[in-house]
Design a binder for this molecule. Structure first.
Ligand SMILES: [Zn+2]
Length: 222
């Protein structure tokens, strides 16, 4: 993927493990000779980066997908109920097989919301701040976001549904992080002190996301 940007001063090469693309950034004009040189110089580096990208885990019958720190097998059978139902480490999914990916995705999003909503209200009660909305989306760059109005009408928090694929301690840290933003709209000293109070295990959660976070974006990809 080649991106020309007016503000760019030089050429830049980046392997993006979340989207699975190699980005070559160039200034508005020129830079092609420098870009060719950069690519030639970094061939080995680039190959190593791409080799380390996570493997896609498509939603297909029999697939084992990460879920809540463990694995969940997509157990498809035309005779299973059409609305997916979890039984231990299996997710029973019925109906036409071509509807399996969509049904799995909807079930995961609902499971994420059902987990993250009470967790958010739990932490919000600890800091005595109201929350009016919790929702899930599929952002590429962050795991959560918090909109906190200046008056006390209540904050709105959005999460990546992919957090349900991660262990509970990771979700707890992201929830604590977003709830701490209801009190401090920055990443200052007071914010971090409050976050440590809400979740003393933040270090383990951040380490997990650093090691496995990109891989969550490959779940459900063909
Ligand atoms: Zn933040």
């Amino acid at each position: 993927m080649i991106e020309r940007r007016a503000a760019a001063r030089g050429v830049r090469l980046r392997a993006d493990p979340v989207q699975g693309v190699v980005r070559l950034g160039l200034p508005a004009r020129g830079g092609t000779a420098a870009a060719a040189q950069l690519l030639a110089d970094h061939q080995g580096w680039l190959a190593a980066q791409v080799a380390r990208w996570p493997a896609p885990i498509p939603f297909v019958a029999g697939a084992a997908i990460p879920f809540d720190g463990g694995l969940l097998v997509l157990d498809w059978h035309p005779g299973h109920p059409r609305t997916p139902r979890r039984e231990g480490d299996r997710l029973l999914i019925g109906g036409p097989v071509e509807l399996l990916p969509g049904r799995t995705l909807r079930w995961l999003k609902a499971a994420a919301l059902a987990d993250l909503t009470p967790a958010t209200h739990h932490h919000a009660a600890r800091v005595a701040r109201p929350v009016t909305q919790v929702r899930v989306a599929d952002p590429r760059a962050r795991w959560g976001s918090c909109t906190s109005p200046r008056d006390d009408s209540g904050g709105r928090i959005a999460y990546s549904w992919r957090l349900i694929l991660a262990p509970p301690l990771v979700r707890n840290n992201v929830v604590a992080h977003e709830v701490a933003h209801l009190v401090h709209a920055n990443h200052g000293t007071e914010f971090h002190a409050l976050l440590r109070q809400l979740d003393p295990n933040g270090r383990a959660a951040r380490a997990w996301l650093k090691a496995h976070g990109a891989g969550l974006h490959w779940v459900g990809r063909g």
